[in-house]
Write a protein that binds this ligand. Structure first.
Ligand code: FAD
Length: 383
């Protein structure tokens, strides 16, 4: 992966936006349990980051995937993981299928305003009885003339409280398992769709997470993304975007955490000298820097596979490995940063506490570590 001066300039602009528009508000948004997406997203939209790889006809930048890597690494550095996650829901979880498979009318109505940051999108797949096993979802859309009538419940939906529309996965036929599902755009203002609970979370506290209830929710069949009954397959493709951006963001987060911990240890005195003079601490941090470097270069290999339009199974395997390893390394980095800060690291006033909580999600959300292992084992021919 070779980054040009154009990439460097783009990196600088994203970093400035994070430092000026997100970081100063991080504490306030964490305490509120929500950030104002309708205020922040237009600023991100103006920089082009909400539609980096999308068609310029809908306001996208038409850039290649290497810019997504830069954006992910930089947004990942922000001081509150919840905002990074919510932004990536907009860019890489709720809109890729719409861009790839949606009709021009749907893209005009929902993708273009999402790219401008005027509308906030959410992805609604998980349910109370089906998370890892997506084929187990029960939310049903039954056809009535030109409309779908939707009933069911969705759980843990990021941006679900303040979102304007959902990319919903629902059953649309009686075929069982992974057959007979569709992706449907559902505006959140539709009668019958309510936020039944705003959920309280361990971390990622600046993002809102909802339980959503659907009672006879009617939307046009024309809101279906792509082919009716092909929703599961389309969602599986969309998951690859989700897993890759999560890994790009995680490396940004880890880089900041290691930089800050090194700086703290250089300042903090114990036994008559800076803590960083202890070779054990240097070596442990150096080990993590080495692991992070390997992961970053693996991410770049994933990005090159996308740029080279590698076959879908190769991309699935690489995205699963990247997600698995970034979740695990993130936990190790967060734990080490707290440990090396001592008591102050355990205090809410120190960034380490939030990072420790925020980083824990990556091994669960978007497919748990065990689900990644299942995919990798399956692609090895063992499953
Ligand atoms: C903060 C947060 C935000 C989220 N945002 C969204 C969102 O915006 N949209 C959305 O649709 N979903 C969202 N999710 C849901 C998330 O993707 C699921 O929680 C995740 O996929 C796991 O599903 P589950 O919680 O039902 O766990 P389960 O499926 O009940 O699994 C529990 C655990 O069992 C283990 N396990 C599962 N399957 C296997 C297996 N085959 N072999 C071995 N072990 C296994 C894993 O350790 C797993 O963590 C979010 C979740 C959280 C916590």
């Amino acid at each position: 992966m070779r980054f040009s001066t154009e990439h460097d300039m783009f990196r600088k602009s994203v970093r400035e936006l994070v430092e000026n528009e997100i970081d100063p508000h991080a504490d306030e948004w964490e305490a509120a349990g929500m950030f104002p997406a309708h205020e922040l997203f237009p600023k991100l939209g103006a920089l082009g980051v909400l539609g980096l790889e999308y068609d310029p006809a809908y306001g996208g930048m038409g850039a290649d995937h290497s810019y997504t890597v830069v954006y992910g690494e930089e947004v990942g550095r922000c001081a509150t993981g919840g905002v990074a996650m919510a932004v990536s829901v907009q860019t890489d979880m709720a809109t890729p299928a719409l861009h790839r498979f949606g009709s021009p009318e749907l893209k005009e109505r929902f993708l273009a305003p999402a790219i401008r940051g005027e509308q906030v999108a959410a992805i609604a797949v998980t349910e109370p009885d089906a998370g890892s096993d997506v084929a187990g979802i029960r939310t049903r859309a039954v056809r009535d003339g030109d409309e779908w009538v939707i009933n069911g419940t969705k759980l843990y939906i990021t941006n679900g409280v303040q979102g304007d529309w959902l990319c919903l996965l629902a059953r649309t036929s009686d075929e069982g398992g992974h057959r007979g599902m569709s992706q449907i755009i559902v505006p959140t203002a539709t009668p019958g769709l309510t936020v039944s609970r705003k959920l309280d979370k361990l971390g990622q506290r600046s993002s809102d997470t909802a339980e959503l209830s659907f009672v006879d929710v009617r939307v046009p069949v024309a809101n279906t993304i792509g082919e009716i009954d092909r929703g599961f397959q389309q969602q599986m493709t969309q998951f690859q975007n989700e897993r890759l951006i999560a890994s790009y963001m995680a490396t940004g987060q880890m880089a900041v955490a290691l930089e800050r911990t090194g700086a703290y240890l250089a300042e903090r005195q114990a036994f008559g000298r800076p803590l960083l003079d202890n070779q054990y601490l240097q070596f442990r941090l150096a080990e993590l820097v080495a692991e992070l470097d390997l992961l970053r270069h693996y991410n770049y290999a994933c990005a090159e596979a996308i740029l080279d339009e590698a076959d879908p199974l190769t991309i699935t395997k690489m995205a699963s490995i990247a997600k698995l390893k970034s979740g695990r390394l993130g936990r190790e980095v967060a734990d080490t940063c707290i440990q090396f800060h001592g008591g102050i690291g355990y205090m809410e006033e120190t960034w380490t506490a939030r990072y420790f909580r925020d980083s824990r999600l990556l091994s669960i959300g978007g497919g748990a570590d065990e689900v990644m292992l299942r995919i990798i084992a399956g692609l090895q021919g063992w499953g």
